[in-house]
Structures are given as C-alpha cells and as structure tokens.
Design a protein around this ligand. Structure first.
Ligand code: NAI
Ligand code: 13P
Ligand code: ZN
Length: 330
C-alpha cells in the first residue's frame, strides 16, 4: 500500500514567507494561486491568481506546474481539485483552521467526496490563522471532535460488517481529538489556534495513512452531509459551516454510542463542553436550523453514502426526535 503525505509541513508564525523557498526546493516555478476575496490580501506574490468561485468558468491554461490554495475550506478544496484534475502538485496555505481539508487527500466540494492527492506541502501561518474569524476557529473544533465518533463507527463497521480497519490511523485520529478536547477543557485557550492547526493537519494525515476518510468521518459527517442536502433541497438560507454541523452531529452520535457501551458514559457531555468552551454551536438554534430539519437530517443520514455506522439501517422520526431532545440539540 502506498501512503502519500505532505513533503513539507510548516506550522509557525510567518510561515507564508517561506512559500517561495518551498517552491524552489520542490523545483516548482509557475504556480497558479486559488483563493477567496477575503484572503487575496495574503497572496503577496507575483503568480497568477484566480478566485475559487470563478474557476469553473475561467480558462485555466495548462502552463502551470502547480496549484497553491490560499484561504478557507472552499479555496483549499477547489485548488486541490484543480491540481488533481491537471495532475500537478498542490500546496495548501490555510488562512484559517476550520476543517481538516487543509491536509487531507480528500476533495469534498460536493458529496460524495473522493480521494484525490495529499498536498505536497502545507504552509500554515499561525499569525494569519490566529487573526482569522473566531467562528472559523470554533468550527475547526467540530471537525476534530468528529474523529471520536468516526473511529467508534469505523470499529463498529469492522466488528459488524468485517470492514477493513487500520488500528494505527484509528488510534492516531482518536488521540488527536482526545488531546485537543483535554487541552480545551483544561486551559485558557491561549495556544488553541496553533494546537487546532496541528490537530487538523494530523487528522488529514490520518486520512492519508488509512487511504480513506474513515478515521475522521462517520455518522456525524453523514448528519452534516444530510443537512447540506436539505439546505439545497429546501433552498434554506442557513450558512452553517461544515465543522459546526459535524460538532453538533458528534454530540448526538456519541450519545448513541454511549447507550451501547457503558465504558463511554459521559462522552457526549464532555464533547459538548469542549465545543461550548470554544463557542462552537451545540444546538439546532445555534446552528440556525429548525427542529424538523435536524430530525429529518437524522432520518436520512444513513442513506448519504454506503458507510456502516451507529445509525445502522437508520433512525425513525420518533427515534431521531428523541435523540435530538435527549442531547439538548432541540
Ligand atoms: N477535503 C476535505 O477533506 C474537506 C473539505 N472541506 C471543504 O471545506 C469547505 C468548508 O470550508 P469552511 O472554511 O468551513 O467554509 P468556507 O470555505 O465556505 O468559508 C470560509 C470563509 O472564511 C474566509 N476566510 C478564510 N480565512 C480567512 C481569514 N484569515 N480572514 C478572513 N476571512 C477568512 C474565506 O474567504 C471564506 O469566505 C467545504 O465546503 C468543503 O469544500 C470540508 C471538510 C473536509
Ligand atoms: O470532512 C471530511 C473529514 O473531516 C471528509 O469526509 P467525507 O469523506 O465525509 O466527505
Ligand atoms: Zn470534516
């Protein structure tokens, strides 16, 4: 099995100033930068720049030898996708820490997400990230706590369906989440932004090691993808973020796991507390959804993809409502 991980990972204040040195070391001379309107200010380079939401209708000339994604999740995901399509290296330059797409080999612009290639380099400037909107940094916690239920689901699929399971990437992914939860619950959060970036990078690498998003995406992500589907279907004007949705999903899915395994008692409360500590949403109201959308998302989540989880063959409306009520989500 071939495991491809980033060749350079730089996580420090001022890291963005090392981009040209990294390009030189990689013998890359003519990158195209993919970014967003809020993050173009960080692209102080002489290279061509394109906005991620203009890619689809812009003529991308094939002379580029690499793609650099500078920005949040969509900018990075779009750049990663373009690099994969063109068969050229991708460099991830996150300007915030909202999800593990900054390091993963996955492209999830829309569902189903697919396995592309890991960034050849990750350049995370903690000075820029620290100044990014707090809401994005809160969302990142949601995409990390989700590793807890993702690994519990993966183990369940191994036991109940004989699915391939990698103990090493599962332990790695779970430990990353447990360590960040412990830091958040027992500190003044002064180092939160840099610990969050390291956790998200680790989570992306765990996906690369497993060659699957299983270590970081289980029933809680199915719930989040179900919400995305309902947003589209009902044309809902809700701008909840991926990590925020996954955080609320993790509260509920960890509760389902707790009910089947006494050793996990108190898990969902601990996860909820860690999300609250960083001001991430823990209820439907804080996410911006009506109760009935949360209930409906819970009843369709198991159908989002062929991935066996604690949801098994799905929740009835009554079971879904009861779950959301007992966890305080509605
Ligand atoms: N490939 C993967 O493994 C994954 C990819 N994703 C992708 O991530 C997307 C969600 O990403 P999010 O970041 O949650 O939302 P987003 O990308 O939709 O929005 C982030 C917003 O924050 C802004 N922003 C970023 N850094 C900033 C800074 N330093 N200062 C001011 N504004 C800044 C961006 O310009 C953008 O408007 C999904 O739609 C999906 O495409 C999500 C999860 C995993
Ligand atoms: O969001 C992800 C990991 O955090 C990617 O997961 P999916 O495979 O569910 O799109
Ligand atoms: Zn995620």
């Amino acid at each position: 099995m071939i495991i491809i991980t980033p060749r350079y990972t730089i996580i420090e204040d001022g890291a963005i100033n090392k981009l040209e040195e990294v390009l030189k070391n990689l013998n890359l001379k003519n990158p195209l930068i993919v970014t967003g309107r809020n993050t173009k200010k960080y692209c102080k380079f002489s290279y061509d720049i394109v906005y991620y939401d203009e890619i689809l209708n812009s003529q991308i000339r094939f002379e580029y030898d690499s793609i650099i994604g500078v920005g949040g999740g969509k900018a990075i995901d779009t750049g990663k996708y373009l690099a994969y399509k063109l068969g050229i290296p991708f460099i991830s330059v996150p300007t915030t820490a909202s999800n593990d797409g900054i390091a993963s080999p996955i492209v999830s612009i829309k569902q189903p997400s697919f396995m592309a290639s890991a960034p050849i380099a990750i350049i995370a400037d903690t000075e820029i990230i620290k100044k990014s909107p707090k809401r994005l940094l809160s969302a990142g916690m949601g995409d990390i706590v989700s590793n807890i239920t993702a690994v519990l689901d993966w183990k369940l699929a191994y036991k109940e369906k004989g699915e391939r399971y990698s103990e090493s990437s599962a332990i790695f992914s779970k430990t990353i989440a447990k360590e960040l939860i412990s830091y958040v619950l027992n500190s003044d959060l002064l180092e939160y932004h840099s610990k969050l970036v390291k956790a998200l990078v680790g989570s992306g690498i765990a996906i690369a090691i497993a060659n699957s998003s299983r270590p970081a995406s289980g029933s809680e992500h199915l719930f989040s993808h179900a919400l995305d589907r309902l947003k589209e279907e009902y044309n809902l004007n809700v701008n909840s973020l991926h990590g925020e949705q996954c955080g609320v999903g993790t509260i509920m899915m960890s509760y389902l796991h707790e009910k089947e395994n006494k050793k996990l008692s108190g898990l969902h409360e601990k996860i909820k507390m860690s999300l609250k500590k960083v001001n991430a949403p823990t209820t439907a109201k804080e996410l911006g959804f009506d109760e009935d959308i949360i209930v409906e998302a819970l009843t369709i989540a198991h159908k989002i993809r062929d991935r066996w989880t604690i949801l098994r063959t799905g929740l009835s409306r009554e079971e879904a409502r009861k779950l959301a009520e007992e966890t305080g989500v509605i």
